[in-house]
Design a protein around this ligand. Structure first.
Ligand code: AMP
Ligand code: FE
Ligand code: FE
Ligand code: ZN
Length: 278
């Protein structure tokens, strides 16, 4: 099997890089991309282990971007890894902005009466501490009953604890990925608000060159829709489970939710999706 979208504990997944490689071996995923949010640390730690396990590991990343007022996730894939220097530098700046946001978020929550410090949140999230780690602490300390409630009551954009984070514009992130010889793929397009097909000329113009037609949140019909869009706009097709371990219960590596994910084995062998049959 092939799975081009997964997260480790270096971002908001619960499996360490070593555990993710072991899981890929267990479920027979032979080609795996690690696409942690805003960091290559998981990939860096897994690379050698993947080689030992004879798993083809593809270097990837998932970047949260701003596009016309919404937050859109962009996947970057770097099958050749020789031009990542500038991108790593740019990502370090995103991490600095994230840390600064986390400082303000901890202060804001304390002002709302929550007993939380930046240090205890960073002890969990390390290099990629984010709102999901704040949510865990809100649950553990009994302020809310679930991770979802933590977002609804405190952390969501519409909630009382929300503080803004400077996210890169979609076009900037796409340009950085393409500038590193990467493939820029629109992640889980089902979550994009609006007519994705109508947005495509603009996104293509910004450098997007792939779409994640296969994803564990997509129905068979959704996948067909996005394959059609790939065909109409000349995009490559990518696919993955978006595995996060226990942070996303019910989503399995390689097979998604209750085996709803069937990613063609030849996805990478035929990068230019052939429109026949659609
Ligand atoms: P951050 O990048 O730290 O702002 O956190 C963003 C992450 O929080 C996303 O990738 C999601 O995993 C999670 N998240 C954001 N909004 C919600 C929400 N309303 N409900 C549940 N999880 C959310
Ligand atoms: Fe995530
Ligand atoms: Fe995402
Ligand atoms: Zn993801």
């Amino acid at each position: 099997m092939i799975d081009l979208h997964s997260h480790t504990s270096e971002s908001d997944g619960t499996f360490s890089p070593a555990e993710l490689i072991a899981e890929a071996q267990r479920v027979d995923v032979r080609t795996l991309a690690i696409t942690d949010h805003d960091t290559f640390a998981g990939f860096d730690r897994a690379k050698e282990l993947a080689r030992e396990a004879a798993i083809e590991l593809i270097c990837g990343i998932e970047i949260s971007t701003k596009l016309m007022g919404q937050s859109v996730h962009l996947l970057g894939y770097f099958p050749r890894r020789d031009r990542l220097g500038e991108l790593r530098h740019w990502i370090a700046k995103i991490q600095t902005a994230r840390r600064e946001r986390n400082t303000r978020l901890a202060a804001r929550l304390r002002a709302l009466g929550v007993d939380v410090t930046l240090e205890e949140v960073e002890a969990r999230g390390r290099g990629m501490t984010g709102r999901p780690h704040f949510a865990q602490i809100l649950v553990e300390k009994g302020y809310v009953g679930s991770l979802q409630q933590a977002f609804d009551d405190y952390l969501d954009q519409s909630a009382k604890g929300y503080v803004d984070r400077r996210e890169p514009q979609f076009a900037e992130a796409a340009a950085k990925i393409r500038g590193a010889d990467g493939i820029a793929s629109l992640a889980h397009p089902i979550r994009v608000i609006g007519d994705v097909s109508a947005m495509m000329p603009e996104l293509r113009g910004a450098g997007l060159n792939a779409i994640e037609a296969y994803h564990s949140d997509h129905s068979v019909q959704d996948t067909q829709t996005y394959l059609r869009i790939a065909c109409d706009h000349g995009l490559l097709v990518t696919g993955g489970s978006d595995f996060h371990g226990a942070a996303k219960p019910g989503v399995e590596l390689g097979t998604g939710r209750k085996k709803n994910l069937r990613i063609p084995e030849d996805l990478l062998a035929y990068p230019h999706w052939r429109c026949t049959g659609l």
